[in-house]
Design a protein around this ligand. Structure first.
Ligand code: ADP
Ligand code: MG
Length: 376
């Protein structure tokens, strides 16, 4: 079991025609703490597999270091790193029986046969492969093969970490759910550091305690599902997590003649704390992106003095809740209505609670500085 540190890591598969390097992983420093259940979540092509392959040693990073428990492992071959990796598509020996496939990683390191037998049976039991143990892998269905492949990753409990690269892609939805639960159980039982790669936010949040959201070769936020929802550190996290994602609009930062600062979107002034306004003023930007999740937009049943009057576009009924689309200064935005809420038509008052209206500059969240308690 190990803590995995990525130190100023970067990777480029090659050069662009103009000689500049094209980075699949842009410089990152990141720690996967020992024993955690983590997800690495991001869209296709953002660098997830590249990152896993660097950790397991299948790929040598062009820059930076990989450390296990503080020790540099860059020079170690994959088999010397003591890591199990499960890939998107099954890796099984077709001519061997399921039993021998599962036993392989253990026999490889000289585990005595009686221990191999008990471990193979234990893992087969968890994955519901007991009845297939004697069969040749060749005749198995795609998802059974993938279960064998996962089993091969799970038989050794002495590994430093287990890396899963979208392991449930070929598995049917019903079984997917079950296997994810099993993985979580296995994690709780053995406390092995696990990194689970997926592009599916639901899969990430059901498996992991902490999720690293990856975008364009970088980890833009590492946090609990709740942190990613409530306080997206980057606009991509706001957009990618949640359904529908966060509303964004670009507003102007206006320095007023009386010396105060205002955030203006068309004819509307958006409220922000004095601290935030002075922070933004210090940053000397003249545009900011504001973000608010549909769940946090307040939709008023009647008239409200502190709210904005907006045009209702349509209301979508999703069974247990409804999504209101409205036009705010020409920008289409969404709000989630609760079950018992009045369905608006025509025009409606909405407001954006300050706490949930996030401010972004160059796509990164501007964290409000804590106001000092005893300012003198
Ligand atoms: P993900 O797993 O998130 O879908 P990958 O790590 O596979 O992303 O790919 C990240 C980027 O690196 C992509 O732009 C991809 O085209 C590129 N890439 C991946 N593998 C190779 C390779 N062997 N050679 C060149 N480019 C690659
Ligand atoms: Mg991949």
């Amino acid at each position: 079991m190990a803590e995995i540190t990525l130190n100023s890591l970067a990777h480029s598969y090659g050069e662009k025609p103009d000689g500049q390097k094209e980075y699949a992983i842009r410089e990152m420093t990141h720690v996967w703490e020992q024993g955690g259940a983590f997800a690495l979540l991001g869209p296709s092509g953002c660098g997830k597999s590249t990152l896993l392959n660097i950790i397991s040693g299948l790929l040598e990073p062009s820059e930076g270091e990989v450390l296990f428990d503080g020790k540099r492992v860059n020079e170690l071959k994959p088999e010397e790193r003591n890591i199990a990796q499960v890939f998107q598509f099954p890796v099984v020996y077709d001519t061997m029986s399921v039993y021998d496939n599962l036993a392989f990683p253990l026999r490889n390191i000289g585990v005595p046969e009686y221990k191999v037998r008990s471990k193979v049976h234990e893992v087969a039991e968890i994955l519901e492969l007991t009845e297939q143990l004697k069969r040749k892998a060749k005749g198995l269905s795609a998802d059974q093969k993938q279960k064998v492949s996962m089993g091969r990753g799970l038989v050794r409990d002495d590994v430093s970490a287990i890396l899963f690269d979208e392991p449930l892609t070929v598995i049917d939805p019903q079984l997917k759910w079950k296997l994810r639960r099993k993985l979580k159980q296995i994690h709780e039982q053995f406390n092995i550091t696990m990194v689970y790669v997926t592009h599916d936010q639901l899969e990430a949040s059901t498996f992991a305690d902490k999720i690293a959201v990856m975008y364009n070769g970088q980890i833009v936020q590492f946090g609990t599902p709740r942190e990613l929802f409530e306080n997206p550190a980057h606009t991509f996290v706001g957009y990618f997590i949640g359904s529908p994602g966060m509303n964004f609009f670009e507003a102007d930062l206006i320095q007023q003649t009386d010396g105060t600062t205002a955030i203006r979107f068309g004819e509307y002034d958006i409220t922000a704390s004095q601290t935030m306004l002075s922070q933004l003023s210090d940053m000397q930007v003249n545009k900011v992106t504001l973000g608010i999740r549909p769940e946090f937009v307040h939709v008023w049943d009647g008239k409200s003095d502190d709210a904005f009057l907006v045009e209702v576009d349509y209301v979508e009924d999703l069974g247990t809740y409804k999504i209101l689309s409205f036009l705010f200064n020409g920008k289409m935005m969404k709000a989630r209505l609760s079950e018992d809420q009045k369905i608006p038509s025509g025009q409606v008052y909405v407001s954006f609670p300050e706490q949930w209206t996030k401010v972004y500059v160059n796509d990164y969240l501007v964290e409000p500085k804590q106001e000092t308690q005893d300012a003198n």
